[in-house]
Design a protein around this ligand. Structure first.
Ligand code: G6P
Length: 485
């Protein structure tokens, strides 16, 4: 489908996951659900009159049904007015590209997730999937080429679409193309796990852009190092850094709506109170302290070592027993992959084990919730004394930025030095090596015992760092930089 020149867009965003997804009801009709995230609020910065379009993939059956019904250009009523073109890529091609290459290979490389004695093993199966990844990237490049006005700006997102800039450049040399990585970038030696030709093709794909941008200087430098080592340099592509921050205004308003207040009441009951100081029977005392984490159940988030560190805290500092609760929300993610299902089960198992080992009649040491509920996440943010953000490796980690903004008592932040957020927030956080359970337990103890005045001061500086570049400005900065080339 080639769009009439008059309706072609001046600004185009391309990402695997779009701003809306559809589920199918029993009667066959589809129900749209709008998503959130940095890109959704970022794009809103240019306003509804700007000639913009978002190109994304149909992820599941509901999306495919919506594409079949509409021809791909979604009903604006479903998207909040945003022009969205959803691509109905053949399910088997999509599966290989998204699960086979993007999530099982590229995500693993950039987050250092392989257990290398046995994996990865790149044989013919990998090559077949790679062909699908190329087909999927080509479908995006073609759609963008069809939709873009002369000289338009195209902002391509993430590792799913690493080949798009190069492919699009070949189809439409007139466009300004930017690529943005929301993930870390692998160090050279680890990147070289990829077959040589594939490693080079991915880099060349991104270098097809006028600008390749990253969340932190560290990831940008890692990318540049890979280009230097494998290709001899980055050519004419500019390298940028835009550290996505959080939208304080939106968060604060949203966190004080009635649905969040309701969830606070329930959470407070689950957390409970410490035994009273004077009573042997343990009458109610202060509300228990909380260590809060909210994540997708994602291998790189390091939830299991977080639980083990909390367990170690209860061993090393028995004085915390019955006085603290680990509020851990771990929401389902990528459950099509067996390794994610196993990991999800392990999170539940370790949480149960801690509750069995230490729990008492009225104290559950771990309160684990696995059903996604944004209002409940905000309720937990408000109640946080300590935020635990300990990823193995993470592009940014917006939870680290959101909790200090919302927490009512000014939380202390235990933060992995491998999270992108560490670059801006490390100084006022308690930094941890994500693999070191003993050190993380110690940091949790320090966080829990940090004097209130110090905690409040640090939280204020953390909040300033977290909100320095809100999504709308983050998006506009990229657009401005691209147009200036
Ligand atoms: C990361 C990636 C995004 C991705 C998100 C959720 O933040 O950078 O591109 O959309 O994870 O993962 P999912 O596979 O569910 O889209």
């Amino acid at each position: 489908m080639v769009t009439e020149p008059s309706s072609r867009a001046q600004v185009l965003v391309a990402s695997n996951r779009g701003p809306v997804s559809y589920s199918v009801r029993d009667d066959g009709t589809t129900v749209p659900k709008r998503g959130g995230g940095g890109l959704v609020s970022g794009l809103s910065a240019i306003g509804p009159d700007a000639d913009a379009i978002w190109v994304c993939a149909a992820l599941g059956d509901g999306d495919r049904e919506a594409v079949r019904r509409t021809g791909g250009l979604l009903d604006p009523a479903d998207t909040g007015g945003q022009r969205v073109r959803m691509l109905g890529i053949a399910p088997e091609v999509y599966e290989d590209a998204y699960n086979g290459i993007a999530n099982s290979t590229l995500w693993f490389v950039h987050h250092l997730l392989y257990q290398t004695p046995l994996e990865p093993a790149f044989g013919p199966e990998f090559r077949a999937r790679w062909a699908s990844y190329e087909t999927y990237n080509h479908a995006f490049a073609q759609a963008l080429a069809d939709e873009a006005a002369e000289g338009a700006a195209v902002l391509v997102q993430d590792y799913h679409l690493a080949l798009v800039p190069g492919m699009l450049r070949a189809l439409r040399p007139d466009l300004r193309i930017g690529h943005f990585s929301h993930t870390p970038w692998a160090p050279v030696d680890y990147y070289r796990l990829l077959p040589d030709d594939i490693g080079r093709r991915l880099l060349r794909g991104i270098l097809g852009a006028d600008r390749a941008a990253f969340l932190t200087r560290r990831w940008a430098d890692a990318f540049t190092a890979c280009c230097t080592e494998l290709l001899g340099g980055t050519g004419n592509t500019g390298i940028g850094v835009h550290g996505l921050g959080t939208d304080a205004g939106f968060l604060r308003e949203r966190a004080h709506r009635p649905d969040v207040d309701e969830r606070i009441v329930t959470l407070r009951e689950q957390i409970g109170r410490s035994p009273g100081p004077g009573s042997a029977a343990g009458g109610p005392g202060e509300p228990r302290k909380t260590i809060v984490r909210v994540d997708r159940t994602e291998l790189s988030k390091n939830i299991v070592r977080g639980l083990l560190s909390y367990r170690q805290l209860l061993v090393d500092h028995p004085e915390w027993r019955e006085r603290v609760v680990h509020v851990a929300f771990a929401y389902p993610s990528r459950q099509d992959l067996a390794v994610y299902r196993d990991y999800t089960a392990e999170v539940g198992r370790v949480a149960d084990e801690i509750n069995t080992e230490f729990g008492t009649e009225d104290w559950s040491p771990v309160v684990l919730h696995v059903r996604d509920d944004f209002a409940r996440s905000l309720a937990a943010y408000r109640l946080a004394d300590v935020a635990l953000v300990n990823p193995i490796r993470d592009g940014m980690n917006l939870v680290a930025k959101e909790i200090p903004v919302i927490s009512e008592r000014g939380c202390a932040l235990v933060l992995s030095r491998e999270a992108g957020a560490y670059e801006e927030m490390g100084e006022d956080a308690l930094p941890v090596n994500p693999y070191d359970i003993t050190a993380t337990a110690k940091a949790l103890h320090e966080a829990l015992t940090m004097p209130p005045a110090e905690r409040a001061e640090r939280a204020e500086r953390l909040t300033a760092a977290a909100t320095a570049l809100p999504p709308q400005q983050w998006f506009l900065d990229q657009l401005t930089a691209l147009r200036a080339i």
